[in-house]
Design a protein around this ligand. Sequence first.
Ligand SMILES: [Zn+2]
Length: 246
Amino acid sequence: MIPKILRLFAAFALCLSSSIAEEEKPLKVLIITGGCCHDYKFQSAAMVDGIGQLTKAEFTVVNEGGKRTMGKIALYDDPEWAKPYDCVIHNECFASTTDADYIRKITSAHKGGAPAVVVHCAMHTYRDAKIDDWREFLGVSSLRHDHQSNYPVKVEAADHAVMKDFPANWTTPKDELYIIEKIWPKTTVLATSKSEEDGKEYPVIWTNDYHGTRVAGTTYGHTNEAFEDPVFIKILANAVTWAAGK
Ligand SMILES: [Zn+2]
C-alpha cells in the first residue's frame, strides 16, 4: 500500500512534468510568401530569426508563385494544407490572381480553424478578384496605398495582447500606409496611422474573428527596414502567439 502522501506527490510530479512539456512545445508556424514587389527571402529570414528569438517556434517557409502579381502556390491544392501548423503567416503579394476556387482553398482552411497573421501585401493579394472571401478573412478591404513615409502609429487598444510592450510613440521605418476602404464587422482596430494625403486615420494593426478563427494583421512591412525593426518584429511575434491562442 503506497502512503497517501507519496501518491499525492506522484500525481503532483506528473502534473508538473506534463505542464512543462506543454509549455516547451514550440509553435509550428508556416510562412507563405512570394509574388510581386518585396524582398521575401530577406523578410522571411528576418521573421524566422526575429520571431524565433521572442517565441519558441519552428518555422516552415513556402516561397512560391514567382515574382509577379499573378501566381499560385501549389501547397493550397491539398485540402489539409494548414493542418500541421499552429499559425500561418501570409506575406504574399498576388494582386492579379482572381481564381475564386483557388482563393477558397485558402479561406476554407482558415474558416476551418487555422489561425493566421496577415502582413502588408497580403491585403492587396486577390485585389482584382470579384469575390470578397479573402477580404472578409483579412478583416479589412484595401485597394491602394499612400506614399512611402515614416508614419507615427497611434495605439487604439493598449491592453490587447498583440500590443504588448508596444511603445507609446513609435514611428515606422520607411513604409507604405494602406488606405482601408472597409473595416469588416468582426474586426477590432488596435492601432492607426494618419494618411499624409487625405488626413484620415486608417487601421494599421488589427484583429479579426473569421468564423471563430483568430486572425491578426498589419498593413506595414513594405521595406526590409521594417523587418529589421524590433518593434515591428515584436508585433508579429505577439500576433503569432495571440492567433495561435497560446
Ligand atoms: Zn509594399
